[in-house]
Design a protein around this ligand. Structure first.
Ligand code: LCV
Length: 259
């Protein structure tokens, strides 16, 4: 069963997350289909890609497939893991990717949306950053993409509370490009994609990569990097992380003890 569907209309493509039974959880299988779709669209020189869930979705994506989060001391969000690979694929895709967001965006799915170039969302859209809900040692590039998109006080609120934030708040902060009613957002986004596809693709590709290089241009002393990694190792090896996963599996609130 395909977990993702792809429609092409000339130089524009629409990729739809299509696993509503599991709320489009970002499983290795779904991410695999997504990355292959982007690779194919790169070969076909697509000039704009819309990434969405089924029209009217209550949940855009429930984030990382929690059932696939490793419980061993392995880093659950390692550089070569599917979700990180997908985020880089989006950032490195030579044409603009427009996230068309309806419903709830959870956890790692927020990073996927923020890795897109533009975000159009319906008024019901919400965004939740959830590592503290599961006891997960969040990854450094994920944190960096959040503070690049939002004021650090808002990132702290989202991480510490793990509560969904309404799209209006993110729009006011400039993290979301447009809020568009559900009955118009597809036409609105298609029009945007057509405008982009009619512009100079080489210029757009070069500017997209230049903006990424400039955004990444941040020095980090090796000792700082090692401290960041050690902080994550401590969390990843904690009982709280295992409790977070266990509680999710048992569909009960987690009881975190701080160790
Ligand atoms: C596996 C799922 C999931 C799911 N994985 O429907 O950012 S980090 O660090 O936290 C990162 C590690 C991360 O992204 O972690 C995941 C963060 N995501 C969440 O915490 C959201 C978890 N899901 C939910 O809270 C609910 O499913 C929402 C509110 C998204 C939708 O609620 P709703 O009542 O509509 P269900 O909860 O009944 O989910 C339907 C089915 O999808 C599974 C869930 O276990 C259920 O499976 P069964 O039908 O087999 O019971 N599911 C949902 N999310 N992230 N599986």
């Amino acid at each position: 069963m395909a977990l993702v569907s792809v429609e092409e209309d000339g130089a524009i493509a629409t990729i739809t997350l299509d696993h509503p039974e599991k709320r489009n959880a970002l499983s290795e299988a779904l991410i695999g289909e997504l990355t292959r779709a982007f690779d194919r669209l790169r070969e076909r020189a697509a000039r704009a890609v819309v990434l969405r869930a089924r029209p009217g979705a209550r949940v855009w994506s429930a984030g990382h497939d929690v059932d696939e989060l490793p419980t061993s001391p392995r880093d659950p969000l390692g550089w070569s893991y599917p979700l990180r690979t997908l985020v880089r694929r989006l950032q490195e895709f030579p044409a603009p990717v427009i996230a068309l967001v309806e419903g709830g965006v959870w956890g790692g799915a927020c990073e996927v949306v923020f890795a897109c170039d533009l975000i159009n969302a319906t008024p019901d859209a919400t965004f939740a950053i959830t590592p503290a809900r599961l006891g997960v040692p969040y990854n450094v590039t994920g944190l960096k993409s959040l503070v690049a998109a939002l004021p650090v006080a808002v990132v702290k609120e989202m991480i510490y509370t793990a509560r969904p934030l309404g799209v209006e708040r993110l729009y006011q902060l400039g993290a979301v490009n447009h809020i568009v009613p559900g009955d118009h957002i597809t036409a609105f986004t298609t029009d945007q994609a057509r405008t982009i596809a009619a512009n100079a693709s080489l210029t757009i590709a070069a500017m997209k990569e230049a903006l990424r290089i400039l955004a990444d241009a941040q020095s980090l002393a090796p000792t700082q990097f090692e401290r960041l990694q050690d902080l994550r190792r401590q969390v990843g090896e904690s009982r709280d992380y295992r409790e977070g996963l266990q509680a999710f599996a048992e569909k009960r609130p987690p009881v975190f003890r701080g160790d």
